[in-house]
Design a protein around this ligand. Structure first.
Ligand SMILES: [Zn+2]
Ligand SMILES: [Zn+2]
Length: 299
């Protein structure tokens, strides 16, 4: 009797497990949204945003409604014909808004599923990472190796490939490769782009106002955050890498000379080599607040 009961218990447990997994399948879309939101690691959050951006560009291109303009009908008619037309325009707009919301949810879901299936080195790819690791840099050099793309496709969860198929984003196997390849290329390009402060072309990083006092009506000068006079020493002593030496900040003349007054070149290179570090000092903040009030009208 006891044995029978045990058996019944285990059968029931088995059945409820089946039901549960069935339920999960039905609801897998929503469940995965809930779960994955917590699965993107904190240190990968910014990479994930770049990835989602890359994915959404491709998905939006494919899934956007063919005609984005709302057709105007009945313009020629009498005044009393306008009302129903307006209503239908509103309805169309509402439908498009709903579509857009649904599409954003779908993009978020896809981005998370695919991002989490990528290898760690790709999820944490950055300008700094490829500067320091020649092998990594070569592996993700564009154009991408087709074997690399194939590998990434192989690691996609089956639920992702199904969703892609369902939404008509991919058909055969090669179109899945092309779909993912495009997204990865866009992502690698964004992730490994030099931040403005490292760009060799100093003009490209030009701020629109002084980065310390924020005054925007003055001619700006550029300040090497790692002063040139100590470049060689900074690399030799390991304070900075070669590729970091170009970092510049755009400062008004007053702030520029203030910065050089409060610290030696070595101190600037070691302890004050970013605007954030400079602005963490109380004397700099006080100075910025004061000099920021010194304004005159542009002529
Ligand atoms: Zn200034
Ligand atoms: Zn300077």
């Amino acid at each position: 009797m006891g044995l029978r009961n045990d058996r019944r218990g285990s059968i029931l447990a088995f059945l409820s497990l089946c039901l549960n997994s069935h339920f999960k399948q039905l609801d897998s879309f929503q469940t995965s949204i809930l779960l994955k939101t917590f699965m993107i690691a904190q240190n990968e959050a910014s990479s994930f945003e770049l990835f989602r951006e890359s994915l959404s560009t491709t998905v939006i291109e494919r899934l956007a409604p063919r005609s984005t303009t709302v057709k105007k009908r009945g313009v020629k008619g009498r005044k009393n014909e306008i009302k129903p037309v307006v209503q239908s325009v509103q309805k169309q707009e509402e439908e498009q808004r709903n579509d857009a919301e649904e599409l954003s949810e779908f993009i978020e879901y896809l981005a998370e599923e695919i991002f989490l299936s990528l290898p760690l080195e790709l999820r944490t790819l950055s300008y700094a990472a490829v500067q320091d690791d020649a092998a990594l840099s070569e592996r993700y050099d564009l154009p991408l190796d087709s074997s690399l793309v194939e590998q990434l496709v192989e690691h996609l969860p089956p639920s992702t490939t199904e969703s892609l198929d369902t939404y008509g984003l991919t058909g055969d196997a090669t179109s899945l490769d092309r779909f993912l390849e495009r997204i990865i290329i866009a992502y690698v390009t964004l992730a490994t782009a030099a931040p403005p402060e490292y760009t060799p072309s100093i003009e490209a990083s030009r701020a629109c106002g002084c980065e310390i006092c924020a005054r925007d009506h003055l001619p700006l000068t550029y300040h090497h955050l790692i002063p040139r006079a100590v470049h060689a020493k900074a690399v030799k002593r390991g304070w900075h890498r070669d590729w970091e030496l170009n970092k510049v900040a755009w400062l008004c003349r007053a702030c520029h000379s203030f910065v050089h007054k409060i610290a030696t070149n070595e101190e600037l290179a070691k302890e004050l080599c970013s605007i954030d570090l400079l602005l963490a000092r109380e004397d700099v903040v006080r100075w910025a607040a004061w000099v920021g009030r010194v304004r005159w009208k542009a002529r």
